[in-house]
Design a protein around this ligand. Structure first.
Ligand code: CUA
Length: 306
């Protein structure tokens, strides 16, 4: 296995070793038994008749129950472990990942953009909010040292989380064959100390840029969102956007969901798809009217309004 740079990676390795060991044990035991039986019970002369054995309840119970328990155990530890890449703590550092043919772009909370490497602080929960450019193709974010791999799609956000526990530089791959220069989507993950990360954020040679929240605030005003959506909690023509993220929404058709990036994105681009209970479907779709960066900004801004 490649070098492990997180606790999660160690868990994945443990499960992998467990499955391998169980498989090796079974194949060795079965092969030895088979060879032993072939010699022990071979037909020694023409007169011998093979005894007719129908079944053995005890034996069949044992070889059904034990493998079932082993398989359920493997499923259970796999599920519990995988869940850790889904249940990312709320205080995690959020970094946006944009994939396109054929490169990655990482946007840090202060707006710093980097395409050469992903720099993260050590021993800190990281949440990656990932998307491929609109009309691009499917990519897949893969860091072998962290044992994480997650598809990055052009139509909605996907997430993954990790907590690197070892400083160093690791490989990032695109794990989905995405066209001619797929192999160029090689990149580095650099895990550094918190101080080094803070310094890294201050280095703005990428050019002065607004933070995603500032981009969103500007766009919110430009697009006139505030005419219908209050930020203070009072409903207008549209529902208030105050403290919306992570809350439950109820729709006209009675369905519900917890507000996440994908819901916000859909509601901006195609507002009539889900209409909040008690409101009229009057908002105009913003499909084609906002860039990927403006959309990302709007979502970051709405998340910040509490
Ligand atoms: Cu992107 Cu392969």
């Amino acid at each position: 296995m490649p070098e492990a740079a997180s606790e999660y990676a160690n868990e994945v390795d443990w499960i992998n070793n467990f499955i391998t060991n169980v498989s090796v044990f079974c194949i060795v035991a079965i092969t030895l038994a088979m060879l032993y039986f072939a010699v022990r019970y071979r037909r020694k002369d023409d007169g011998r008749k093979t005894p007719y054995i129908t079944h053995s309840v005890a034996l069949e119970t044992v070889w059904t129950v034990i493998p079932t328990i082993v398989v359920i155990y493997v499923f259970y530890i796999g599920l519990v472990s995988y869940q850790k890449t889904r249940d990312i703590p709320a205080n995690a550092l959020e970094i946006n990942v944009l994939a396109y043919s054929w490169a990655w772009q990482f946007t840090h909370p202060n707006g710093k953009k980097a395409g050469d490497e992903l720099v993260v602080p050590v021993n800190k929960d990281i949440r990656l909010v990932m998307k491929a450019k609109q009309d691009d193709v499917l990519h897949s974010f893969f860091v072998p040292a962290l044992r994480i791999k997650e598809d990055v799609r052009p139509d909605d956000y996907s997430y993954t989380g990790f907590k690197a526990n070892k400083e160093g530089t690791y490989r990032i791959f695109c794990a989905e064959y995405c066209g001619l220069n797929h192999s160029q989507m090689l990149n580095s993950l650099r895990v550094v100390s918190q101080e080094e990360y803070d310094d890294y954020l201050l280095d703005r040679t990428d050019g002065p840029a607004l933070t995603p929240v500032q981009v969103g605030k500007k766009q919110f005003a430009t697009s006139g969102c505030v005419q219908c959506h209050s930020l203070e909690g009072k409903a207008g023509i549209g529902p208030s956007l105050n403290g919306l993220f992570g809350k439950e929404r109820v729709f006209e058709d009675g369905t519900k969901l917890i507000v996440d990036e994908n819901y916000l994105r859909e509601s901006i681009l195609y507002p009539k798809k889900k209409v909040v209970k008690g409101f009229a479907p009057v908002m105009n779709p913003f499909e084609g009217l906002v860039t990927e960066e403006q959309l990302e900004g709007l979502i970051a801004y709405i998340k910040s309004v509490k």
